[in-house]
Design a protein around this ligand. Structure first.
Ligand code: PEP
Ligand code: MG
Length: 324
């Protein structure tokens, strides 16, 4: 198996008809780095910065954050590292910043928290920018954006942080900035949002939860949580289509991207890259190397006519089993 993995690492993720699909990884801890490299990731599509915050006992200082971010950027350099700004609230709690709410997933989370606390956002983005000095492989990703106003406020703060670090003598270019499409409202505003950023990344974990009104962590409704639901697939298709109308690349970084069968559909939809846990990367690469994009499109066309997620699932698995 190790030999197989080694051989696969050196091969590009390319379909039989020559379509390249960059496979990126999701990271949070420094420990994720080695695994990502062993598996031949082509970049980091989602670095969840809340992870180092969650294992701390207080808000990490700008200096501490800078050191943590620099380690990530350095480890992958020259490959790009997409750092998401703090995404707390919902299911991600900080012991030193408790949030008590009736409906945490519909409450104060992600960008909502950091726009209400610009000092947290500014410290974090300053640390990211400083950490990228001389490396320039940083990309900044904004979570839980529901409309253009939030995006504009966040962009304004990033520009302010950029001005501040340059005033302090750190010479860094403004990095590419992107946002997550993970709230249904953002799906319908893909074009307006895409126009103002460099890239998009779909958070299919939250997008599935919000489209289907199913708590992603509640075992009682776990059967209803399904990223192959036709409504989810239609939303994904729309996002790719609209992002490309604006000439912006779109990636996907939810668990779905690491599911080999789903990855075939994502390839067919035209996603520009997939970001997943390092563990799933070899499986996805192996499978994408066994298909043609035209076969994948045929399969997508077939499942898009179906209204039952279970039928979609079995159709996909049957088609993929025939590949071996
Ligand atoms: C998502 O929502 O799909 C996502 C990648 O972000 P998280 O799982 O951290 O909410
Ligand atoms: Mg999310």
């Amino acid at each position: 198996l190790t030999e197989g993995l080694d051989a696969l690492r050196a091969l590009p993720c390319e379909t039989l008809d020559g379509h390249r699909m960059p496979l990126w990884v999701n990271t949070g801890l420094l420990a994720d780095v080695a695994r990502a490299q062993q598996r031949g990731a082509e970049g980091v599509g989602l670095y969840r910065t809340e992870v180092p915050f969650m294992i701390n006992e207080r808000f990490p200082s700008e200096k501490e954050q800078l050191a943590t971010y620099r380690e990530q950027l350095q480890a992958f350099h020259p490959l790009p590292v997409t750092m998401r700004t703090l995404d707390i609230g919902g299911d991600k709690a900080l012991s030193y910043f408790p949030i008590k709410e009736e409906n945490p997933f519909l409450g104060w989370r992600g960008i909502r928290v950091t726009l209400d606390h610009p000092e947290i956002f500014l410290v974090q983005t300053r640390a990211m920018l400083k950490a990228s000095e001389g490396l320039n492989n940083l990309r900044i990703l904004l979570p839980m954006i529901s409309g253009t106003q939030e995006l504009e406020e966040a962009l304004h703060l990033i520009h302010r942080a950029w001005g501040e670090v340059r005033d302090e003598g750190t010479d860094v270019p403004l990095p590419p900035i992107g946002l997550m499409i993970e709230i249904p409202a953002a799906v319908y505003q893909t074009r307006e949002l895409a126009r103002q950023v460099d890239f998009l990344s779909v958070g299919s974990n939250d997008l599935t939860q919000y489209l289907l009104a199913v708590d992603r962590n509640n075992p009682r409704v776990a059967d209803l949580y399904d990223f192959l639901h036709p409504a989810v697939l239609q939303a994904l298709q729309k996002v790719v289509h609209d992002a490309h109308l604006e000439g912006k690349p779109v990636s996907i970084c939810g668990e779905m991207a690491g599911d080999p069968a789903a990855a075939v559909l994502l390839l067919a939809m035209g996603f520009d890259s997939l970001s997943m846990n390092a563990t799933n990367l070899p499986k996805v690469k192996w499978l994408l190397r066994q298909v043609t994009q035209s076969k994948a499109k045929e399969l997508l066309g077939q499942v898009m006519t179906m209204d039952n997620p279970h039928l979609i699932y079995s159709t996909l698995h049957l088609a993929l089993r025939n590949l071996g």
